[in-house]
Design a binder for this molecule. Structure first.
Ligand code: SF4
Length: 287
C-alpha cells in the first residue's frame, strides 16, 4: 500500500479532524500542557458510541458500536503522520521553522467508544509495532468509557496495551443511577461500573477521568459529589490500584441536544473537589 500523505495541519489546541489530515483514522492535536503533539487514533469512524454523555463533543453521534478497523490502513496512516511530524511536513509553513513540537503520545480517542471495535486489540498491536519501527518511545493512551471491560476480549486488549507500556483513562463521572442516567444517558448500575474500573486497573495502569458541569446553572449537588467520592474511596479500598484522577469541566461545547442547559463549573469548584480527592490518598490533576 502506498503511504498516504497527510495534509498539513495548522497546529492549535483544538483537535484536528482526521479527515482534515486527509486520513481515515489518524489526526493530530497540539497539547501545550503536554508540550507537544498528541497523535489521535479514531477507530469510531461511524460516530457511534454505546453511551451518550450529555457533554459529548461528537457531532451527529449515534448509538452503536465502532466498526472493525482496517489494520493496514491504520498502520500506513500512523507511519505517515509520525514521519511527517518528524520532518516538519505535518505542520503549516508558518510553523515549520519555529521550534518543532515533538510527538508526546498516541491516544485512542475519537468519535465513539474504541473498545467496541471488534478488532480493537489488533489495532493496539499495530500502533505498538509502528512505534517500534519508528524507534519512538511515547505512551499509548486509551480513553474509554470502560463499558466493555467485563468482556474477555477487551481485557485481553488492555493486557496487550499494558505490555506495550500503555495506559487507560477510564470515564467515571457520577456514582448514583440517577446521576449516571442524566450524565451518560446509560442505565448503568454504579457497582457494575466500579467493578469494571477495578478489573481495568488489574490489567493496565489506569487513571480515572471525570467531567463536572452545571445543568441549568446548578453545579452538582453535595450529595452527587459525596456519593462519587465514597465510590472512589470504596474502589481503592477494594484493591484498585488507581494511578490518579483527572477532573475537568466543559472544554469544548457539547454537540448533544442538552447543550444549551450545560455550563462549566469554575476552577475554584474543581480545585475544591480535587482537594477532597487528594484527601483519599489519590493523586489528582485539574485540566
Ligand atoms: S463515552 Fe465518549 S464518545 Fe461516548 S458519548 Fe460519552 S463522551 Fe461521547
Amino acid at each position: 500500500m502506498n503511504s498516504p500523505s497527510p495534509r498539513r495541519v495548522s497546529l492549535s489546541t483544538q483537535r484536528h479532524e482526521s479527515d482534515e489530515c486527509g486520513l481515515r483514522y489518524v489526526y493530530a492535536v497540539l497539547s501545550r500542557r503536554a508540550g507537544g503533539v498528541s497523535v489521535g487514533v479514531n477507530v469510531s469512524t461511524n460516530r457511534a458510541c454505546n453511551w451518550r454523555c450529555v457533554y459529548c463533543q461528537v457531532p451527529e453521534l449515534i448509538r452503536g458500536q465502532s466498526p472493525a478497523v482496517d489494520l493496514a490502513v491504520l498502520e500506513s496512516e500512523l507511519g505517515s503522520v509520525l514521519d511527517a511530524a518528524a520532518s516538519g511536513a505535518l505542520f503549516a509553513e508558518a510553523e515549520r521553522n519555529v521550534a518543532r513540537p515533538p510527538v508526546v503520545d498516541i491516544a485512542f480517542a475519537g468519535d465513539g467508544e474504541p473498545t467496541t471495535s471488534p478488532n480493537f486489540g489488533d489495532a493496539v498491536d499495530v500502533v505498538a509495532r509502528v512505534l517500534r519501527e519508528k524507534s519512538l518511545s511515547v505512551p499509548v493512551v486509551l480513553i474509554t468509557n470502560g463499558s466493555q471491560v467485563s468482556h474477555a476480549a477487551t481485557r485481553d486488549a488492555l493486557a496487550r496495551l499494558s505490555s506495550h507500556g500503555g495506559r487507560v483513562w477510564f470515564k467515571f463521572d457520577r456514582a448514583t443511577p440517577e446521576a449516571m442516567a442524566l450524565c451518560n444517558s446509560t442505565p448503568l448500575a454504579p457497582e457494575k461500573h466500579l467493578r469494571r474500573l477495578r478489573e481495568c486497573s488489574d490489567v493496565c495502569p489506569t487513571w480515572v477521568q471525570s467531567c463536572w458541569f452545571a445543568i441549568d446553572g446548578e453545579a452538582p449537588s453535595e450529595r452527587e459529589v459525596s456519593e462519587w467520592l465514597s465510590a472512589l474511596e470504596s474502589v481503592v479500598r477494594d484493591g484498585a490500584a488507581l494511578r490518579g484522577v483527572q477532573l475537568y469541566s466543559l472544554a469544548r461545547p457539547s454537540m448533544q441536544p442538552e447543550a444549551p442547559r450545560l455550563s462549566s463549573v469554575d476552577r475554584p469548584w474543581l480545585l475544591a473537589l480535587a482537594a477532597r480527592v487528594e484527601a483519599l490518598g489519590l493523586s489528582v490533576s485539574v485540566a
